[in-house]
Design a protein around this ligand. Structure first.
Ligand code: ASP
Ligand code: ASP
Length: 340
């Protein structure tokens, strides 16, 4: 297949040489939307990671124009700093126009339904809608009512696909590969969309996954996702290459799922002593925001040798550039685009 993407996109062709030499380097997504990792296959994931890897190597101030003429709306019903900022930055770096829809001050908070909101936003013809919502399945619902491509930036306890992709990119850049790694995902699995997206993605890429969690914070059928389950952290950490910690999602808990934070830290907080049970060079990850002294000791959180936490944030922009691009290339037909 030879499609001239530059003409399809109406892009200016003066791209930096490393990208211009590879106009087909853009990956494409099989579906119009990015609602979850579940259902994606290995080649799709790998090509998104390869593309994001190129973006991650660009000089910090590089400005591209691949998405010139594309309008991205971000709409966040839950608080977010890093995810929203990184989508915003990613879209601008690609040359798109960005509108951050202010949920808190808009009619949405005044009781308008998600569907009414969707129809209203749709009337403004965004090309891509990036949404975070407290209900699992909200982005799927949105996608049924809009013409825009929808990116799920976190829906309830369901999925947070770009987080899992950025985690994989971070591991790949640090370790070099993912296949065969022993990865422990620890903490509040039940309430974590990051855990679900990561379990899907890391298993597609061939990692061995175990989850370490108190019985109250993990669904028992989790093992049906092909992971090993441990309730004892000391036991679960043995032989692991990566320890991925999750925040205790108090806002999604119903009652007494956890004992005191102090007791949680004693049993499930990562300390240097517990980490010494993992493989000698085991690396630490956390999607943020982290609670020091609850999921992780402050000392380890700042250990630049072992912690990938800052790298994760950094990779967020590159991953979101690749995802926005992949959706944009699958968007409208050229003749429709020219009408806008
Ligand atoms: N939960 C948020 C996230 O997705 C936290 C933040 O944005 O700071 O990253
Ligand atoms: N930032 C991640 C999320 O939005 C993790 C978290 O909030 O704990 O799911």
């Amino acid at each position: 297949m030879s499609v001239d993407i530059t003409s399809v996109m109406g892009m200016n062709t003066s791209q930096p040489p490393y990208l211009a030499s590879d106009p087909m380097g853009a990956s494409a997504l099989p579906n119009k939307h990015l609602l979850g990792i579940e259902g994606l296959n290995r080649p799709t994931i790998t090509s998104l990671l390869d593309r994001a890897n190129q973006f991650a190597d660009l000089p910090a101030r590089e400005q591209l124009s691949h998405l010139k003429g594309i309008t991205v709306f971000t709409i966040f019903f839950e608080n977010s700093t890093r995810t929203r900022v990184s989508f915003d930055l990613a879209a601008r770096k690609m040359g798109a126009s960005v509108v951050n829809v202010p949920v808190a001050t808009s009619s949405i908070k005044k009781g308008e339904s998600l569907i009414d909101t969707a129809v209203t936003l749709n009337a403004m013809h965004p090309d891509i809608l990036v949404m975070r919502h407290h209900n699992s399945g909200a982005s799927l619902l949105l996608s049924k009512y809009v013409n825009a491509a929808v990116i799920n930036a976190g829906d309830g306890r369901h999925e947070h696909p770009t987080q899992a992709l950025l985690d994989a990119l971070t591991i790949r850049r640090r370790v070099g590969y993912i296949e065969g790694l022993n990865i422990a995902i620890c903490g509040d699995i039940a309430n974590s969309r990051v855990a679900r997206s990561n379990i899907h993605l890391l298993s597609i890429l061939g990692a061995n996954i175990r989850v370490i969690s108190p019985t109250t914070l993990v669904p028992t059928h989790i093992t049906e996702m092909g992971v090993e389950l441990y309730h004892d952290m000391e036991e679960g950490l043995q032989g692991t290459d990566i320890v991925m910690l999750l925040r205790l999602q108090q806002e999604r808990m119903q009652g007494a799922e956890t004992p005191s934070q102090r007791e949680y830290f004693r049993r499930y907080g990562l300390t240097r002593e517990k980490l010494s049970l993992a493989n000698p060079k085991a690396l630490i990850m956390h999607p943020g925001p982290m609670n020091r002294g609850v999921e992780i000791s402050s000392e380890l959180a700042d250990d630049v040798e072992r912690s990938l936490i800052t790298a994760q944030v950094e990779m967020g922009v590159a991953i979101r550039m690749a995802c926005l691009e992949a959706l944009a290339f699958g968007l409208t037909k050229p003749d429709q685009r020219n009408m806008k």
